[in-house]
Design a protein around this ligand. Structure first.
Ligand SMILES: NC(=O)c1ccc[n+]([C@@H]2O[C@H](COP(=O)([O-])OP(=O)(O)OC[C@H]3O[C@@H](n4cnc5c(N)ncnc54)[C@H](O)[C@@H]3O)[C@@H](O)[C@H]2O)c1
Length: 258
């Protein structure tokens, strides 16, 4: 039997076919899960509906993670249709363009607020809304996506690095709160992958060039590398793992200088 057969999953963060969330959605669907996909705005609705149409019996629902009302409405719709949820993938992140182009010291109060709200707080809000649905299934698995820029300085990553540090700390606090309900909370820290969000980072392709030379595996990671690691954390094989940030970066993080 496939590892996610009979399971229901919520996938937040599909923008197009390059999205890491879409890679994970495809792997989860192949492992037997029924999925709810979300779109944050009308602009992206058609993309998400087109991709969703390739899945078996998907739910396609609106959710701007900046809105508590939309998060609550999402939870109600999934509960009404599926009577609970087994896993949640949080793949939403955003920072205003100026914050990724200017020097970090120029970070504005509003840019900081938006980046931290969409990219870090939303994990807390989304998870809280989904707790009752996961409890109905006897527990669940929540997964988010982060980057090494939380710990080290990468040129132009700027306030997103601060947001990812907050996100990773939130993973640990949520794991502690929700473990007694058999709800696990983890993150995958992915190496750089060419996606819409990544292309918003100035000179992003040069980061990929550096990784190719410096990682122990001498390559970059691709969508399927992250998607298969996600299957471990979302499914039964990861049942003993929570509060973890799993590095899926071809080993880049272990390297020192020279
Ligand atoms: N691509 C990389 O190199 C890389 C590396 C490590 C981590 N990540 C992380 O992976 C996650 C997914 O990013 P991606 O690279 O697949 O790019 P992406 O652009 O495909 O995905 C980002 C998603 O965030 C969504 N989003 C933005 N604002 C939102 C809002 N208000 N409400 C709901 N959704 C919103 C977008 O619609 C989009 O679907 C992000 O957290 C990103 O930081 C990416």
């Amino acid at each position: 039997m496939s590892s996610l057969a009979g399971k229901t999953g919520l996938i937040v963060g599909v923008a197009n076919k390059r999205s890491i969330s879409w890679g994970i959605a495809q792997a989860a669907a192949a492992a037997g899960a029924r999925l709810a996909l979300t779109y944050p705005s009308e602009r992206l609705e058609e993309n998400v509906r087109e991709l969703g149409a390739t899945l078996d019996n998907p739910l396609i629902l609106p959710c701007d993670v900046a809105s508590d009302q939309q998060i609550d409405a999402l939870a109600s719709s999934i509960d009404a249709e599926c009577g609970g949820v087994d896993f949640v993938l949080h793949g939403a992140a955003f920072a205003p363009k100026d914050e990724l182009n200017n020097a970090f010291v120029q970070t504005s109060r509003e840019g900081f607020r938006i980046a931290l709200d969409i990219s870090a707080y939303s994990l807390i809000g989304l998870t809280r809304a989904m707790v009752p649905l996961m409890k109905k299934r006897g527990g669940g698995s929540v997964l988010t996506l982060t980057y090494l820029g939380s710990q080290r300085v990468f040129t132009n990553y700027n306030v997103m690095g601060v947001a990812k540090a907050a996100l990773e700390a939130s993973v640990r606090y949520l794991a502690s709160d929700l473990g007694p309900d058999n709800i696990r909370v983890n993150a995958i820290s992915a190496g750089p992958i060419k996606t819409l969000a990544a292309m918003g980072i100035k000179d992003f392709s040069s980061i990929r060039d550096v990784y190719k030379e410096r990682t122990p595996l001498r390559r970059n990671v691709e969508l399927d590398d992250v998607a298969e690691a996600a299957m471990f954390l979302l499914g039964p094989s990861g049942r003993g793992v929570t509060g973890e940030v799993l590095m899926v970066d071809a080993g880049f993080h272990v390297m020192g200088g020279a």
